[in-house]
Unconditional design. Structure first.
Length: 208
């Protein structure tokens, strides 16, 4: 069984697509156990509350030290028996202790075809601006494992879209978001079925 914790900082459209797939029964054996955001006003928290899911606003700014913040975050994850962390528009780099505790059990979606157009500063509209400026005829989205470096982890699934002449960052972003909503639930479905061997899902992660 997948006990999923979803991290997000914004409106939560990818989270909604995952939740819809789970609720429709297309990802059997998967359950969202909690949602965590660094932004108290994030739409992703409101989606979670609407569906009766535990929703946590956890920001390092609310703690005396980074260590106490990480301890609290790990405690929340353990309390929900989390064994898969799904980053859905989470705008913070995870602390190495979180990554170490959930090694190969954290996934992210990026709005470009990694390894191109990834790394620090490559998020949101900045990605689509860079893609258009490069003149490449194809963009897309990538689901990948999360490690200690932005967008470096192993690629699990990609899908492409055409970059049309006259595209703006906004028009390109809209088409990429549509395929994000397709491939993120698909990756989680494959993990739940044991079809993606790159992800090692223990019975209970981070308990040691």
């Amino acid at each position: 069984m997948l006990n999923i914790a979803v991290f997000g900082s914004g409106r939560g459209s990818n989270f909604q697509s995952i939740l819809t797939a789970i609720n429709e029964g297309t990802i059997p054996g998967a359950h969202v156990r909690c949602v965590i955001s660094n932004n108290s006003g994030a739409g992703i928290l409101e989606i979670a509350r609407t569906h009766g899911l535990p929703a946590y606003h956890l920001s390092w700014k609310g703690f005396p030290s980074e260590e106490e913040f990480v301890n609290r975050l790990l405690a929340v994850l353990r309390s929900h028996d989390t064994n898969l962390i799904v980053l859905a528009g989470y705008m913070k780099l995870l602390h190495p202790r979180i990554i170490g505790a959930y090694r190969n059990c954290i996934i992210n979606i990026h709005p470009a075809l990694l390894p191109r157009f990834g790394g620090k500063g490559m998020y949101g509209v900045h990605v689509h601006e860079a893609v258009i400026a490069s003149g490449t005829p194809v963009s897309g989205a990538t689901v990948h494992i999360v490690d200690e470096v932005y967008d470096r982890g192993a690629i699990l699934l990609q899908k492409t879209v055409t970059v049309f002449p006259g595209d703006t960052p906004a028009t390109l972003a809209a088409r990429v978001l549509d395929i994000e909503h397709e491939i993120y639930p698909e990756v989680i479905r494959r993990i739940a079925r044991g079809e993606i061997s790159a992800v090692n899902i223990p019975a209970q992660a981070a308990l040691s």
